[in-house]
Design a protein around this ligand. Structure first.
Ligand code: TTJ
Length: 639
C-alpha cells in the first residue's frame, strides 16, 4: 500500500451537490430503507478505509435515541482541514460539498466502493438535514456544520485537543426520505461483519434506541466468523463440523483473499462472501473460483492417496456437501452484476481465487491427515446418500412417469386443464375439508389433494425415509417434478402449490411440517415462488339472514362498520374448520382467485431460516405452533 501525504491540493474538483438532491436515487439507489442505510455505510466506510490503511484502530457508531440520526467516529489521522489554494475553501468543506471529490489517497488502496457505494461523504451531506464534522488534529478540535449540504460557516478552530480522529454526525433529510428511522439491527449486523472482515478492528455500536451497547473485535477474523456461523447452524445437534480446525487462507497478490472453510454434517453448501466488505449474496466469480480450487484440491488429494471409493463416483456437489465457508476479497475495481448488484463479475478473479485455494488446501490436507480422512469420509458418505436417494426417488418418479396420469395418487382430484400456468394444486388437511374443497373448486383449473393424518416430520429424515411415507410420496407424484437433487421445477404439474389448512394450531402444525418438507427436499419450488398459503377466514359475522366472512380482525371491523348499523344485531363466530364450511362459501372466501387472499412463501434469510427450522423441527414440538402463527398476518411468509 502506498502512503501519500494527503493535503488540500490533491483534491479534484468536479461539481456541486444540486444533482444529488434532485435525483437521490442516482446516487444511493433509492430513498427507501436501503438508500437510507447506504448513508450509514458510506460514512462508516470512510473510517474503515482509514483503519485498513493502518491509521485507525477504533470505530464508534451511535444511533441516537431519536432513531433518525447517527454519529460515526474513528481514531484515525483526522480529515484534512487546511485551505485549498484554488477554491480558498477548507479541504474538509471540499470533501463534504463537492461531488466525487477524491484524493490521491485513493490510489493503491482498495476503495470500499462497489456499485452504489463510495459515492462520497458529499452525497450523505447533500441528503442530510444537518451534518456536523468534528476533527481532532494538530492539537485542536475543528468543526464545520452543514444543512442540506450547505456550509453554515467556515471550518472553526475550537478548544485544544489531544490525539487525532474524525467524527461525523448526520441526520437524513425527511424531505428526501419518506421514512428516516434507521433499523438498529441492520446497522449492528453490518458493523459486526466489518469487525470479522477487518481482523483486529475494534467497532462499537451504541444503540440508544434500544439502550444496547455492542463491542466487536476479532483477532481471529474470518475464522471467528466461521466459528459463529457453524455454531449457529449446529443449534440442534445436526450440522456439526466434521473436523475441528477450519482451513484458512490469507493471501495478497493483486487481489487480497481471506478465507475460512469447514466441512459439516449439513446437507447443503453454505458460503458467505464479500467483496471490498460488501456482501455478495448472489456469489460470482470469487465464489466460483473457490469452488473450482477446492474441488481440484480435494480430487488431487483423493487420487494421490488412492482414496476413491468403490462403486460410486464423486461429483462436485458431493465434495461440497456440508461445506461452510466465509470468503472475503478485495479488488481494486469490482464489477457488480445482477438486479440487486450483489454478484461479482470480474472474470480475472475466478482464476486468482482458484489458483490461491488449490495448492494451499492440498498442502493443508497433506499436513493434517486425520482431518483430511474425516473430510473424505464425509464426502464419500454424501455420494452414497445421493445414490440411495436417487434410487428411491427414481422409484417414485418412475411410478408417475411410466404410466402417466393413471399412476397419480387415487385421492387426487385433478383439474381438467393441462396448461400448467393456469392451474393450482390445493393440499388440504383431512378428508372432510377435502370434500368441501372438491365440491367448491373450479374443476377446470383447481386440483385437490387431501392429506390424511399426520405428515412425517422430515427435519431429520433421509430422503429415502421420506419417500417411504405414503402421504409425502403421493405429494411428490402429484407434483410430478421429482425430488432432492433429481428435481426439475419446470416439470411441476401445476402453476401454484397452495397449502390449505385450518387457521388453528393443528392446521399451523401441518403447514409447518409441509413447509419443512418442501424447504428441505424441494427448495427450488419456494425459490421459484410457486408455493403459497391459502387463507381461510377467521370469523363469520351473521347479520340478519346474511353471513359475512372476515380473513382477519381488520376485515371484521370493516364488515361491522359497513353492515352492522342496521336493525339486526351482528353475531360473530370464530370460524371452526374448513370441513364445516359449505362448498360455495369455501369457494367465495378461500378458493376464488378473484376474492381470496394468498400468501406467497419466501425465504428471507437462508441462515436464519435454516436455524429456525432446525430449532423448531429438530426438537421442540411446542415451539412449532407459534412459528407459522406469528407470521400468518405478514404479507409474505418468511419461512
Ligand atoms: C486522509 O489522509 C490524511 C489524513 O486524513 C485522512 C482521512 O481523510 N482520514 C479519514 C477520513 N479518517 N476518517 C475519515 C472519515 C471519517 C468519517 C466518520 C467520515 C468521513 C467522511 C471521513
Amino acid at each position: 500500500m502506498t502512503t501519500t501525504t494527503y493535503s488540500a491540493k490533491d483534491i479534484t474538483v468536479l461539481e456541486g451537490l444540486e444533482p444529488v438532491r434532485k435525483r437521490p436515487g442516482m446516487y444511493i439507489g433509492g430513498v427507501g430503507s436501503s438508500g437510507l442505510h447506504h448513508l450509514v455505510w458510506e460514512i462508516v466506510d470512510n473510517s474503515v478505509d482509514e483503519a485498513m490503511n493502518g491509521h485507525a484502530s477504533l470505530i464508534e457508531v451511535t444511533l441516537h435515541a431519536d432513531g433518525t440520526s447517527i454519529t460515526v467516529s474513528d481514531n484515525g489521522r483526522g480529515m484534512p482541514v487546511d485551505v485549498h489554494p484554488k477554491t480558498k475553501k477548507s479541504a474538509l468543506e471540499t470533501i463534504f460539498c463537492v461531488l466525487h471529490a477524491g484524493g490521491k489517497f485513493d490510489h493503491g488502496s482498495y476503495k470500499t466502493s462497489g456499485g452504489l457505494h463510495g459515492v462520497g461523504a458529499s452525497v450523505v451531506n447533500a441528503l442530510s438535514k444537518d451534518l456536523v464534522a468534528t476533527i481532532k488534529k494538530d492539537g485542536h478540535t475543528w468543526e464545520q456544520r452543514f444543512k442540506q449540504g450547505k456550509p453554515q460557516g467556515p471550518v472553526k478552530k475550537l478548544e485544544p485537543a489531544r490525539g487525532t480522529g474524525s467524527t461525523v454526525y448526520f441526520h437524513p433529510d425527511p424531505t428526501i426520505f419518506p421514512k428516516t428511522e434507521f433499523d438498529p439491527n441492520l446497522i449492528r449486523e453490518r458493523l459486526e461483519v466489518a469487525s470479522y472482515i477487518h481482523r483486529g478492528l475494534k467497532v462499537t455500536f451504541n444503540d440508544e434506541v434500544n439502550k444496547q451497547k455492542y463491542n466487536y473485535h476479532h483477532e481471529e477474523g474470518l475464522t471467528a466468523f466461521l466459528k459463529k456461523i457453524v455454531g449457529d447452524r449446529t443449534a440442534s445437534g445436526a450440522n456439526k463440523a466434521v473436523h475441528e480446525l477450519p482451513f484458512t487462507l490469507t493471501k495478497e497478490n493483486g487481489v487480497k483473499i481471506d478465507l475460512a472453510v469447514q466441512w459439516t454434517e449439513a446437507t447443503d453448501e453454505f458460503i458467505k462472501s464479500y467483496v471490498n466488505g460488501i456482501p455478495t449474496a448472489s456469489g460470482g466469480t470469487h465464489e466460483n473460483g473457490l469452488r473450482a480450487g477446492l474441488g481440484k484440491a480435494v480430487r488431487n488429494f483423493i487420487d494421490t492417496h488412492n482414496l476413491a471409493p468403490k462403486g460410486v463416483t464423486l461429483t462436485a456437489e458431493d465434495i461440497r456437501e456440508g461445506l461452510t465457508a466465509v470468503l472475503s476479497i478485495f479488488v481494486p475495481e469490482p464489477q457488480f452484476q445482477g438486479q440487486t448488484k450483489d454478484r461479482l463479475n470480474n472474470p480475472e478473479v475466478l482464476s486468482m481465487v482458484d489458483s490461491a485455494v488449490r495448492p494451499a488446501l492440498e498442502h493443508w490436507l497433506n499436513q493434517s491427515r486425520t482431518v483430511a480422512e474425516s473430510i473424505i469420509a464425509r464426502i464419500v458418505m454424501a455420494a452414497r446418500a445421493r445414490e440411495a436417494s436417487r434410487a428411491a426417488s427414481a422409484a417414485v418418479t418412475r411410478r408417475s412417469a411410466t404410466t402417466g396420469r393413471n399412476a397419480l395418487p387415487g385421492k387426487l382430484s385433478d383439474c381438467n386443464s393441462r396448461k400448467v400456468s393456469d392451474t393450482e394444486l390445493f393440499i388440504v388437511e383431512g378428508d372432510s375439508a377435502g370434500g368441501s374443497a372438491k365440491q367448491g373448486r373450479d374443476r377446470e383449473r383447481q386440483a385437490i389433494l387431501p392429506l390424511r393424518g399426520k405428515v412425517l416430520n422430515t427435519e431429520q429424515a433421509s430422503l429415502a425415509k421420506v419417500l417411504e411415507n405414503k402421504e409425502l410420496a403421493d405429494l411428490v407424484i402429484a407434483f410430478g417434478c421429482g425430488i432432492g437433487k433429481e428435481m426439475d421445477v419446470t416439470r411441476l404439474r401445476y402453476g401454484k402449490i397452495i397449502l390449505l389448512a385450518d387457521a388453528d394450531s393443528d392446521g399451523n402444525h401441518i403447514t409447518t411440517l409441509l413447509l419443512t418438507f418442501i424447504f428441505r427436499h424441494m427448495r427450488p419450488l419456494i425459490e421459484a415462488g410457486r408455493v403459497f398459503l391459502a387463507q381461510p377466514p377467521l370469523f363469520r359475522i351473521d347479520i340478519g339472514k346474511v353471513s359475512h366472512w372476515a380473513l382477519d380482525e381488520a376485515q371484521r371491523a370493516q364488515i361491522l362498520e359497513k353492515h352492522g348499523q342496521g336493525r339486526s344485531k351482528p353475531e360473530i363466530t370464530r370460524f371452526k374448520g374448513l370441513g364445516e364450511m359449505m362448498p360455495a362459501v369455501l369457494w367465495e372466501t378461500t378458493l376464488n382467485p378473484k376474492t381470496r387472499r394468498l400468501l406467497r412463501v419466501e425465504i428471507a434469510d437462508m441462515l436464519q431460516t435454516d436455524k429456525i427450522i432446525q430449532e423448531l423441527m429438530g426438537k421442540d414440538a411446542g415451539a412449532r405452533f407459534t412459528f407459522i402463527m406469528d407470521r400468518a398476518d405478514q404479507a409474505d411468509v418468511d419461512l
